[in-house]
Design a protein around this ligand. Structure first.
Ligand SMILES: Cc1ncc(C[n+]2csc(CCOP(=O)(O)OP(=O)(O)O)c2C)c(N)n1
Ligand SMILES: [Mg+2]
Length: 393
């Protein structure tokens, strides 16, 4: 990635972060066209900042992978409480406005986008059924990797990029779902690319994997059949660069595994790539509030500045936080994302918000028979049995 592309990618990330913070806090003055005042702040603040910058870092780099390779990628968000980040990215890529035309790509639309979030009559704070491209409810942690695996089965061209929170990784269902490589058949299933997000914290304390060394975390994943790479840092430029490389390498590896299995038959569970991303919770947000550390701690989890309406110092801190993303360089006079950033969204049907299972090609028994992939064992005519025999038996 050259310096120019890196700068664009980082500005796009800034736009996603800006819209995330704006959704959590603002009911008016969405692009800070006038100085921020208490009346612009929502009366009740509810949303999750901490996970959001990491989700957006992954999202924008997946956009790049999709643009470069034409890969079909479904984005699965384990930390679905990061709803404002996912909605921000859907809005930036244009798919949100296609599905919700009243939230248009202009100043009134952007104003509505921020106002509706976590507001009565608006949208929930978590990823849910109404979130374009999402097939995974964000309320109960633990099921993302199992859902990602299910989504990949019988979808040979699909890559499900699944962000797993390090707190989520402490749940029983997620702990079990690491066994997915034993069940994914590279011949006929798509791929799951787990991205374990070690931001070090859950709601109110540190996480177990966040306190483990890189080699311990990698050993855990390797034992389950993944081949992980680490992406670590708090310098956005360095993380963009190493995440982009990790995603490109993972994609190459997935294609290699699939091509080998599809030309030579299934040779057993493959060491699928996985990414472990160690970045700060609440990255790019306030480092301290009232002298207390926020960025990189569990205190960044939800709303880092809690009394903005009542406390002028918090209001000023929120304004400088929002302005740190330089919204005037990201959106034009009419409130539209500037063209050089809009060009970074994946084209056509490949954008995340247009991915849904309804568009997928399922391989049912008829298609499997036509492709010569029916189970060689007697008495087995369905594709579920076929997979069981191939992958497990
Ligand atoms: C099964 C379950 N238990 C508890 C919660 C409450 N909860 C919401 S967010 C969160 C912390 C999640 O931490 P992590 O997975 O590390 O995500 P992060 O916000 O750090 O990215 C918890 C415990 C939940 N949503 N689901
Ligand atoms: Mg965490």
């Amino acid at each position: 990635m050259d310096a120019g592309e890196l700068d664009l990618l980082n500005r796009y990330w800034n736009a996603a972060n800006y819209l995330t913070v704006a959704q959590i806090y603002l009911q008016d003055n969405a692009l800070l066209r006038v100085p921020l005042a208490a009346g612009h702040i929502k009366p009740r603040l509810l949303g999750h900042w901490g996970t959001s910058p990491g989700l957006s870092m992954i999202y924008v780099n997946l956009n790049r992978l999709i643009r470069m390779t034409g890969a079909q990628v479904l984005f699965m968000t384990g930390p679905g409480h990061g709803g404002p980040a996912v909605v921000a990215n859907l809005y930036l890529e244009g798919t949100y406005s296609e599905i919700y035309p009243e939230v248009g790509r202009d100043l009134p639309g952007l104003q509505r986008l921020v106002r509706q979030f976590s507001t009565p009559g608006g949208i929930p704070s978590h990823v849910g059924p109404a979130t374009p491209g999402s097939i995974h409810e964000g309320g109960e942690l633990g099921y993302s990797l199992a859902h990602a695996t299910g989504a990949a089965m019988d979808n040979p061209d699909l890559i499900v990029a699944c962000v797993v929170g390090d707190g989520e990784a402490e749940t029983g269902p997620l702990e079990g779902a690491w066994k997915a490589p034993s069940f994914l058949n590279p011949d006929r299933d798509g791929a799951v690319l787990p991205i374990l997000h070690l931001n070090g914290h859950k709601i109110s304390g540190p996480t177990i994997l966040g306190r483990r060394s890189d080699s311990q975390v990698m050993a855990l994943l390797r034992a389950h059949g993944w081949e992980p790479v680490m992406v670590t840092g708090d310098d956005p430029a360095l993380v963009h660069t190493s995440l982009a490389r990790a995603l490109a390498d993972s994609h190459t590896r997935i294609i290699q595994i699939q091509e080998r299995a599809r030309s030579h038959g299934n040779t057993g569970p493959a060491p699928w790539p996985a990414i472990v991303m160690r970045t700060p919770k609440g990255w790019s947000g306030p480092a301290f509030v009232d002298g207390v550390p926020i960025e990189g701690t569990f205190r960044a989890h939800q709303v880092p500045l809690g009394s903005v309406r009542e406390n002028p110092a918090h209001l000023a801190q929120l304004e400088s936080w929002l302005r740190s993303y330089k919204p005037e360089t990201l959106f034009d006079e009419d409130g539209r994302l500037v063209p050089e950033l809009a060009a970074l969204a994946p084209p056509g049907a490949l954008a995340h918000g247009r991915q849904s299972l309804g568009q997928r090609r399922f391989v049912g028994p008829a298609a499997a028979a036509a492709a010569g992939r029916l189970c060689p064992q007697g008495g087995c005519s369905g594709f579920h049995q076929t997979r069981n025999h191939q992958a497990v038996g």
